[in-house]
Ligand binder design. Structure first.
Ligand SMILES: NC(=O)c1ccc[n+]([C@@H]2O[C@H](COP(=O)([O-])OP(=O)(O)OC[C@H]3O[C@@H](n4cnc5c(N)ncnc54)[C@H](O)[C@@H]3O)[C@@H](O)[C@H]2O)c1
Length: 286
């Protein structure tokens, strides 16, 4: 529905729109003629973001919103629909806080509230009116590879993004079954140098893409109508992503231990699968 949504025009609402990929997406939407509503938690950061869109000749509105607060997201929807029909909803706001499964319960709750329930709040506040409008529109939910291949390190973040992945898959199917002109898409950035990353890495690593590169890939895939939009970066190619997703799914099919990719006894097999012709020593040295 992306191309139809652009033709029809209207309002683009982007949560977490004051920074990173959300802000880059806002620029893209402004350039394509949408009125843009940025929703984020800091008035100051949103004002700065809106300023950076000033040259685009688009209507830009900022609405202070904590996506974990359902009433605040309902208010955001009221404001957005007052401006016109919503043609693009990007549920993108996200946070990463450290967790272990036996510790950091507060961080777990907050990440689920923002990364998962924040997206549900967006769907519940906007979709009934988008469906009622019966106009071409897209819903883009920002997930993570950590919700697909679930690497060790941050179980709370992984669970929030795995839940978001399933929610978005269900939504895409529900919209199809409802025969409405609205499509849902799972947008999965690769390693992208954004506010989330610069808070612990002061300089952009070579491996990371910029937010603009990631959003340009998103737009290219929306043009094709893809549901799964897994972005590469300067280190991870689409082929490597496909191998990693396949390996994770095969853990169940082959009755391997959970997260076998990171088990020492599977290291050699995984490298041979991901990068045929190479061994663990070569990969570790590279
Ligand atoms: N940067 C990466 O490498 C990467 C990789 C995979 C997925 N992601 C996902 O991309 C999305 C965007 O993150 P980013 O990397 O651009 O980081 P970012 O920190 O630059 O942007 C996230 C924005 O969300 C806002 N936000 C946080 N909590 C909020 C809340 N409760 N309500 C409203 N806004 C809130 C922040 O203020 C910030 O402006 C996130 O969902 C993140 O999980 C990022």
């Amino acid at each position: 529905m992306w191309n139809e949504a652009i033709k029809a025009g209207g309002v683009a609402v982007i949560t977490g729109g004051a920074s990173g990929v959300g802000l880059a997406a806002a620029k893209e939407c402004a350039m394509r003629g949408f009125s843009v509503v940025l929703a984020d938690t800091s008035e100051r950061e949103m004002a700065r973001a809106a300023q950076s869109l000033a040259g685009q000749d688009a209507d830009v509105k900022t609405v202070k919103t904590d996506v974990s607060d359902a009433q605040a997201v309902d208010r955001l929807a009221d404001i957005a629909f007052d401006l016109g029909p919503v043609a693009l909803l990007m549920n993108n706001a996200g946070i990463a806080r450290p967790t272990k499964t036996w510790d950091n319960a507060d961080n777990w709750r907050r990440m689920l509230e923002v990364n998962l329930f924040g997206v549900l709040n967006g769907a519940q506040a906007f979709l009934p009116r988008m469906i009622e409008a019966d106009r071409p529109a897209v819903v883009i939910n920002t997930g993570s590879k950590q919700g697909i291949t679930t690497p060790p390190g941050n179980p709370g973040y992984n669970v929030s993004k795995a839940g978001l992945k399933v929610m978005t898959e269900m939504l895409a199917h529900e919209l199809l079954a409802a025969k409405v002109p609205i499509s849902a898409h799972l947008f999965v950035p690769g390693f992208t140098y954004t506010g989330m990353i610069s808070s612990w890495l002061p300089e952009k690593p070579d491996a990371a893409w910029t937010s603009e590169e990631t959003v340009s890939y998103l737009v290219d895939r929306l043009d094709r109508g893809d549901f799964y939009i897994l972005c590469p970066d300067n280190e991870v190619t689409p082929e490597i992503d496909r191998k990693r997703v396949a390996w994770a799914a095969q853990d169940i099919v082959e009755n391997r231990p959970a997260l076998s990719r990171w088990h020492p006894e599977f290291a050699e097999r995984f490298v041979a699968f991901e990068k045929p012709g190479r061994n663990v020593q070569e990969v570790r040295a590279s």
